[in-house]
Design a binder for this molecule. Structure first.
Ligand SMILES: [Zn+2]
Length: 49
């Protein structure tokens, strides 16, 4: 599992997502944001080692 640092482009909240797949292939990720309480686009800021 890799911890990815994501940032919601709507509310700018940064959070971590544990995933077994490589998110760096995606320029943007459409995912549920707990802050917005809806699906939003997320910027992938990088990997957390
Ligand atoms: Zn958000």
């Amino acid at each position: 599992m890799t911890r990815w640092v994501l940032k919601c482009v709507e509310c700018n909240v940064e959070w971590r997502l544990e995933a077994s797949f490589d998110l760096s292939e995606f320029p943007k990720l459409y995912h549920y944001c707990r802050n917005c309480r809806k699906n939003t686009f997320h910027q992938i800021l990088g990997k957390e080692e």
